[in-house]
Design a protein around this ligand. Structure first.
Ligand code: FA5
Ligand code: MG
Length: 384
């Protein structure tokens, strides 16, 4: 235990040195392709759209500071390696919550993991007496695959407490004031970034805030969820030694906001090294992304009988590990249960498409073959 505490102290200040991510621990499920993304820090790369949007948000809060709001301290190089304590326990996330499961989260060992959200920094910061801050960082989730979901993405966390609120007011009344302040602050942020855009508030649930809300923006014909937020639960603040003060917190998806701001149609593009992508963006400048290619997609289906503890996130991971950014989307197209044997069958459709070049059918067939073999070998499914 002493050793893990020492590690934690070092994680807090170092961004380039990581302990071994692929450990010998039986619980370790960090894949090579994920490990390769740790430390890349796209949100700190000059002229990268994630860096540009991060700076825009920071400027907005600096502007509020100039108008008399407290200064938000900014952290953008905290280590993504965290603990179940910081990431879940301290945020009152139930022991059996899905986000803790190894099917959803990348673990180094049973108590050390890649952060699933920047909220893992809330309690450590508050405990240090830092009550007004922004944290930007890479987060990791084993998730579905499509144009707006990627297993590594970036979040910005914001936390603000209100010691100035009259402590003789009933707690519920102060919560209401803080909630309205939160909504106005985030609406102002969206407006300062986008000008006029269509947005709406949706009631939500997070174990660490009450009330909780999500903000959606209308983009390309659909409502896109861009952030979650709420009023910090009293016991969380108190556990961090912030007594009888009410505060708000939000966590937003930097990719989602950048997609809207720059018209970037696919989340994989953020990882592109292609100069045709990278040279389109410049610090401090907002331009619309000009697609430089739309190569045709290639679809491949795979049908199989499920194994006992089949979980689709394991399948997504295998596909992603083999096909990398050539895979655009994986979706279930058919499912049924055999009436006699009760066996369950599923068919997944994989959409392959490369952003930078044409894929040949032979090339995709070869990848699909490896995918099929790997599904059998790793998931124990039976191909049909
Ligand atoms: C959270 O992660 C909470 N920690 C947010 C929060 C913070 C709530 C503080 C209350 C107080 P959620 O899982 O909804 O919530 O993710 C937050 C945002 O991250 C989403 O609104 C979305 O913009 C983005 N996001 C979530 N999953 C992905 C993904 N797979 N790819 C890209 N962006 C994602
Ligand atoms: Mg959400």
């Amino acid at each position: 235990f002493g050793r893990s505490l020492a590690h934690r102290a070092c994680f807090a200040t170092q961004s380039t040195h990581f302990p071994e991510l692929i450990t010998g621990d039986p619980y370790n499920n960090v894949s090579e392709s994920i490990a390769a993304k740790v430390g890349v820090n796209l949100h700190c790369q000059p002229n990268h759209p994630l860096n540009i949007i991060k700076s825009k948000i920071v400027s907005y809060f600096d502007q509020l500071h100039a108008q008399g709001q407290p200064k938000m301290q900014v952290f953008d190089n905290l280590s993504p390696v965290t603990t179940t304590e910081n990431c879940f326990d301290q945020l009152l996330i139930a022991k059996d919550h899905v986000s803790r499961k190894a099917t959803d989260t990348y673990y180094l060992n049973p108590t050390t993991l890649l952060r699933t959200h920047t909220s893992c920094h809330q309690v450590p910061m508050l405990s240090k007496g830092i009550k007004n801050f922004l944290v930007a960082g890479d987060v990791y989730r084993r998730d579905e695959i499509d144009a707006s979901h990627y297993p590594v993405f970036h979040q910005m966390e914001g936390v603000r407490f209100f010691p100035e609120l009259d402590a003789t007011l009933p707690y519920e009344e102060r919560v209401e004031i803080v909630k309205e302040h939160l909504k106005a602050t985030l609406e102002g942020m969206v407006e300062s970034i986008f000008g006029k855009v269509e947005m709406r508030w949706v009631e939500a649930y997070f174990p660490f805030t009450e009330p909780s809300l999500e903000l959606e923006i209308f983009f390309e014909g659909e409502w896109l969820e861009v952030l979650g937020c709420g009023v910090t639960r009293r016991e969380i603040a108190e556990n961090a030694n912030v007594i009888n003060e009410v505060g708000w917190a939000f966590g937003l998806g930097l990719e989602r906001l950048s997609m809207v701001l720059f018209d970037i149609p696919d989340i994989r593009l953020f990882w592109s090294q292609d100069p045709r992508f990278l040279t389109q963006f410049q610090d401090g400048v907002i331009t619309k992304f000009k697609p430089y290619s739309k190569y045709p997609p290639c679809y491949k289906d795979v049908s199989f009988w499920l194994s006992k503890d089949f979980h689709e996130n394991n399948l997504y991971e295998i596909v992603r590990d083999i096909a990398g950014d050539m895979v655009e989307k994986v979706e279930i197209v058919d499912a049924f249960v055999h009436p006699k044997t009760n066996r369950e069958s599923k068919c997944f459709r994989i959409t392959y498409r490369h952003h930078d070049r044409n894929l040949t059918n032979e090339e995709v067939d070869a990848i699909q073959l490896v995918v099929r073999e790997s599904l059998v070998a790793n998931l124990g499914i039976e191909l049909r």
